[in-house]
Design a protein around this ligand. Structure first.
Ligand SMILES: Nc1ncnc2c1ncn2[C@@H]1O[C@H](COP(=O)(O)OP(=O)(O)O)[C@@H](O)[C@H]1O
Ligand SMILES: [Mg+2]
Length: 360
């Protein structure tokens, strides 16, 4: 490749993980090969407005400057993706997008749908996988269908509430149990219920965040994670471990308490468990049709029984995040990782472009 590619780095966004996204984007910015790519930084404010960031640095955290004449949008003209300056001053061609966005509107298929519509290559799994992995109920149905061990759970929609039998739920799933909104992240809206009374409160609380919730049996185990990278032949990293000093890996433990959790990579596990986790991580990645990357989270009991918890399709990319940390522990440094993700995005795009879209 002789010409430099224009890479749009998208960050911020409308989710609870807006601030984490800024730190992820900063890490990604640092690692992108500047000889190959011209980085165009675009910050999405909390209200959803997109702003071109004219003076990004690779040392300070990437902040979002909301200057009115810097408003931009991504458009497609003659099937070519362009970053359009809303004041009419210019349009920049876009060769690839790195959506460093987490959670709602970031890893739930919505931004991926926009990127597909404007016909631009982008990093990470596609519309279907990101949407499915965001919905804990649908994700779990696919784990079950693929014989990937996951804990017992019950899905409840708002319309089921009137006929809900809490004794029956407690009978089936036991106490304590976890109550979660189906479509969220960062542990927002999640409670550990220890009694019938707190279960009712936990259900009401989760319904503040979603139309659909799930209740899961509690697994008494270690929290083990594994990073997957690749398209058609994905590879799994060595597993890592999250040791939380809170009752569970809550929002407080993740973001508010600096000492809320310790992240270790590699995790200290028997070799057979490591092998099993790596194989299950790849199996889950493929079962959910992921490409590019995903971080797969597990619970491992004392008896080395493994349960999958969830797949994160745009995992955290801060300097202390598990996804880059686990690759580092596997021998893949941050520069190699980020640039490999960009190559995978081009590869996936080329494969999609070569498909016929009409009959004949
Ligand atoms: N079934 C469970 N058994 C034990 N702990 C759980 C269970 N489900 C969730 N947790 C705890 O809650 C945390 C957040 O749950 P998770 O499903 O990963 O939600 P999020 O998508 O918001 O990260 C987990 O990291 C873990 O500490
Ligand atoms: Mg989680």
């Amino acid at each position: 490749m002789t010409d430099k590619c224009n890479l749009v780095l998208l960050y911020g966004g409308k989710s609870a993980e807006h601030e984490i996204s800024l730190i992820s984007a900063q890490y990604i910015f640092e690692k992108i090969n500047k000889e190959r790519f011209t980085i165009i930084c675009v910050g999405i404010a909390k209200d959803g407005t997109w702003y071109f960031q004219d003076n990004p640095r690779d040392k300070d955290p990437l902040a979002i400057k909301t200057t009115p004449n810097n408003e931009v949008s991504l458009v497609s003209i003659n099937n070519k993706p362009l970053l359009n300056f809303m004041d009419g001053s210019k349009q920049l061609p876009v060769d690839i997008v790195f959506p460093a966005l987490h959670g709602t509107y970031g890893e739930d298929g919505t931004i991926q749908g926009l990127l597909r519509m404007v016909n631009v290559p982008f990093v990470g799994p596609d519309v279907l996988s990101t949407a499915v992995c965001m919905d804990k109920d649908i994700m779990k149905r696919l784990f079950i269908q693929s014989n990937i061990p996951t804990c017992n759970y019950k899905m409840i929609k708002r319309a089921d509430l009137a006929a809900l039998d809490l004794d029956d739920i407690i009978q089936t799933l036991g106490l304590p149990c976890f109550v979660k909104p189906a479509n969220l992240g960062s542990s927002v809206g999640i409670s550990k219920a220890k009694s019938k009374q707190t279960l009712q409160l936990a259900i009401d609380y989760a319904f503040l965040y979603d139309q659909k919730i799930i209740i899961e049996e509690a697994i008494d185990g270690r929290e083990i994670e594994c990073a997957v990278l690749g398209n058609e032949a994905p590879e799994a990293s060595v597993p890592g471990e999250i040791i939380t000093h809170h009752e569970f890996y809550s929002y407080e433990a993740k973001y508010l308490d600096e000492k809320g959790a310790e992240l270790h990579a590699p995790a200290n596990l028997p070799q057979t468990t490591v092998t099993e986790i790596r194989a299950l991580a790849i199996k889950a990645f493929q079962a959910l049709d992921c490409e590019g990357m995903a971080r797969i989270d597990f619970f491992v009991t004392e008896k080395q029984k493994i349960y999958i918890n969830e797949l994160n399709t745009i995992p955290g990319f801060t300097h202390i995040s598990m996804y880059p940390k686990m690759w580092e522990a596997t021998g893949v440094d941050g520069d190699t990782l980020v640039n490999r993700l960009l190559d995978l995005a081009f590869e996936k795009f080329d494969r999609q472009q070569s498909l016929k879209t009409t009959f004949g």
